[in-house]
Ligand binder design. Structure first.
Ligand code: ZN
Length: 159
């Protein structure tokens, strides 16, 4: 089994002193939090500690931890946001595939278990290559700011 190796995430995982929910902040301040797309009840944003280039998260605006706590209209909105976000990634990064999933509860690996979110991780053939294994280093060839701008441009039809 190939594994994505992301040692830079340790900084994020060890940061236990986070006081504010990043998703609630993202819902309020789009530019500052790399929000790529906002829908009526949900939005998508870049993960600043990505597993891979093009790791985004889709979240409801409301701070809820369970799917069952979402109203039907919020579930539809969330999946529409997921679909729009994936289309933006298709257009801008053209990955070979995706891992799309939800971690529910801290024991599942959810970093922020209190606010439901869906991970979208772009995958390319060979993205689990020798660099992470031999050098304990992952090459991400694009900055977050550059990716953010490309996704925003794709959203507004400027590329
Ligand atoms: Zn929240």
């Amino acid at each position: 089994m190939d594994r994505l190796w992301a040692p830079w995430r340790v900084k994020y995982i060890r940061n236990k002193k986070r006081k504010k929910c990043i998703f609630c902040c993202g819902a309020k301040s789009a530019q500052k939090n790399y929000v790529v797309f906002k829908n009526r009840y949900s939005f998508s944003m870049l993960n600043i500690f990505p597993y891979n280039n093009g790791h985004l998260m889709v979240s409801p605006k409301r701070h809820v931890k369970e799917l069952a706590l979402l109203k039907k209209v919020e579930v539809l909105d969330l999946f529409e946001t997921l679909s729009v976000t994936k289309k933006l990634l298709d257009k801008v990064l053209k990955p070979d595939g995706y891992n799309i999933g939800i971690n529910l509860g801290e024991s599942s690996g959810a970093g922020i278990a209190g606010h439901l979110h869906i991970h979208i991780v772009c995958r390319w053939r060979g993205d689990t290559n020798f660099m992470p294994i031999l050098a304990n280093t992952k090459v991400i060839s694009q900055s977050l700011a550059e990716l953010y701008q490309q996704l925003k441009n794709a959203r507004s039809g400027r590329n």
